[in-house]
Design a protein. Structure first.
Length: 205
């Protein structure tokens, strides 16, 4: 299963241009604003989970954040991000890993995920993901998740996903994290379709 998943994402990033995927955003405004709202120091450890070749890292570097990590299951995605960042890439730590089996000696202050969480459809995987966040973050860490809402698509990149409401998010994270902010937002894809996302900002209890 693990290899099939990795293979799927390698193929996506090898065969499609950056603006040929539904999640493409030249300016990931919402994620940037939510990270800025955390009011963490510029050298706080921030990780983007399943970030692929997203432009979030570029924006965070422009805002002066200096301790950035980009995790993706696809080596091809990471290569693309490195290539685009050029010189700036040396300010980012790149991690090729599945977010479910990721374990780090670093503890993060901000865990951001607008990419991988909705792909977990098994209760055990969702639980493991949450435990991973807990294990890999500092006390008082911020958790920012953008995931498909109940008005969002049922599939992404040909794979089944899980849709979320505030209550469903709370059922997963509410015991260990304090909800700071939650809202839904339409994302316009490069194909002129609209996907509804729910964004939640949590503080670790």
């Amino acid at each position: 299963m693990e290899n099939t998943k990795k293979q799927h994402w390698e193929t996506v990033f090898i065969t499609k241009a950056e603006n040929e995927v539904s999640w493409f955003q030249e300016q990931p405004q919402t994620s940037i604003q939510l990270i800025q709202a955390c009011k963490v120091a510029k050298d706080a450890k921030i990780i983007d989970i399943g970030g692929g070749d997203s432009y979030l890292i570029d924006s965070l570097l422009d805002f002066g954040y200096t301790n950035l990590f980009l995790l993706d299951i696809s080596e091809a995605a990471i290569k693309r991000a490195k290539l685009r960042l050029g010189e700036k890439a040396k300010h980012v730590t790149f991690v090729v890993s599945d977010s479910l089996h990721f374990h780090s000696d670093e503890k993060f202050d901000v865990w951001h995920d607008r990419a991988s969480f909705h792909f977990f459809t098994e209760a055990s995987d969702i639980e493991q993901y949450k435990n991973n966040v807990i294990a890999n973050t500092n006390q008082n860490a911020h958790l920012i998740i953008g995931t498909f809402s109940e008005d969002g698509p049922l599939k992404c990149s040909g794979l089944p996903i899980t849709q979320y409401s505030v209550d469903k998010m709370e059922a997963v994270f509410g015991q260990d994290f304090e909800l700071e902010n939650c809202f839904t937002e339409d994302h316009e894809t490069p194909f002129n379709t609209v996907q509804n996302f729910i964004f939640c900002h949590y503080m670790k209890k």
